[in-house]
Design a protein around this ligand. Structure first.
Ligand SMILES: [Zn+2]
Length: 399
């Protein structure tokens, strides 16, 4: 077998490829559980993809393909979404944020159409926004609408945000133990808290007279989420999870209360989530790699770095090259969009968070890349392109 003259497509793996695979893949230790089989299957698919790509072929971000796929969805969504779809605001956010990271310009008439459509999600009675026109208000829906409007960043979009109505809804969701309910009769968890604190912060509510009512008990609630392994669960006693760890930690960063949790233990937990062979992150212990955790777990490193006032200070504690490689090689599709992992289909959610994670790898890690593959720098607290969030903060500081 020659390792010097790779042919395309290669007929047999190189010795180097086989050695890397043998060392890094999961060991079965003679226990062939369902989870071992699932992990083995994913690793084999990743290996096949890597083996089929000649080593000299550079990784490429298929920017134009992603932009045209996302733009098609943006044109179609406001008219085409079913009225009962509760993710209409989320779909808008995933598309707009992805386009921003890719450096695409959303035409003003299209942005205006989205703003007008999102305005129909407002609940005039309790405040906030529902998941679609006529739906009940929900903190996650309100978050997705506000973040879409911030991502669009036009004056029309930002002027359409009614902070008084938003405050009314957020205060109705606040619970005695400091947590937030997602909706009337809904569950309380750290996602609801992050959504509330994030949008309250952006529109300036944490500087107002009601700030104490919003933030009371938040830090101690997040502290109660930290598990024995250092990660944060969604509610007290729940299993540590990448998305919930992000929500809890980002909340503490906004409130300047990072010391409420054991950040060293959380960092240990985050470090262990990067998959040895695939290079992407898993969201929980003993689970499969998934591109959306490229952001949820990847962002924990710059957020933890903020404690030392150095967001890039944790860059050596995750392998940014490996993360970038997983996103571009295994999650990206050549005809546009990103998927969770090889063998699954592309979707808007994974496209958004894979690109956000790519930005973390490039701007807060040490991922080597050339200008053609670079995406915009993301703000790891708010998950909006940095230039957009800076403009939005400036806008609301003057209103
Ligand atoms: Zn996922």
């Amino acid at each position: 077998m020659s390792t010097n003259t790779p042919s395309y497509p290669p007929s047999v793996p190189t010795e180097r490829e086989l050695t890397d695979f043998g060392v890094q893949r999961v060991q079965h230790e003679n226990i062939f559980s369902d989870t071992w089989h699932a992990q083995h299957y994913v690793e084999q698919r990743v290996f096949d993809i890597r083996h089929a790509r000649p080593p000299e072929k550079p990784l490429v971000l298929f920017r134009e393909k992603h932009v045209s796929w996302l733009m098609r969805h943006l044109q179609y969504l406001p008219r085409g979404s079913e009225s009962f779809d509760v993710l209409q605001g989320w779909s808008c956010f995933w598309i707009v944020h992805s386009l921003n990271l890719l450096g695409a310009t959303i035409p003003v008439p299209t942005a205006s159409m989205v703003v007008k459509h999102l305005a129909t999600f407002k609940d005039p009675v309790v405040g906030g926004y529902g998941g679609g026109p006529g739906q009940s208000s929900h903190l996650a829906s309100s978050f997705s609408v506000i973040m879409t409007l911030c991502g669009l960043g036009t004056e029309e979009a930002l002027m359409s945000i009614d902070s008084v109505s938003l405050l009314r809804f957020i205060l109705q969701m606040k619970q005695a133990d400091g947590s937030f309910r997602v909706s009337f009769g809904g569950e309380t968890d750290v996602r609801a808290m992050y959504c509330a604190i994030c949008i309250a912060s952006i529109v300036g509510l944490l500087k107002g007279v009601e700030a104490e009512k919003i933030t009371r008990g938040c830090a101690s609630y997040v502290k109660s989420l930290q598990g024995f392994d250092g990660g944060l669960g969604g509610e007290p006693g729940a299993e540590s999870h990448g998305g919930n760890s992000f929500c809890g930690l980002a909340t503490l960063v906004i409130l300047d209360e990072l010391d409420a949790v054991d950040t060293g233990a959380l960092l240990d937990w985050a470090v262990m989530r990067q998959m040895a062979y695939e290079g992407g992150f898993q969201g929980r212990t003993n689970k499969l790699v998934d591109s959306c955790y490229s952001f949820w777990v990847g962002s924990l490193f710059p957020l933890l770095g903020l404690k030392a006032r150095a967001p890039a200070g944790m860059s050596k504690l995750f392998d940014a090259d490996a993360l970038q490689r997983y996103v571009l090689e295994c999650a990206q599709l050549e005809n546009g969009g990103f998927r969770d992992k090889p063998g699954t289909s592309r979707d808007l959610m994974h496209s958004c968070y894979a690109l956000s994670g790519l930005s973390i790898a490039q701007h807060f890690g040490e991922a080597k890349h050339d200008a053609k593959n670079e995406v915009k720098k993301v703000d790891p607290v708010f998950n909006i392109a940095e230039d957009k969030i800076n403009y939005v903060k400036e806008f609301f500081s003057q209103t």
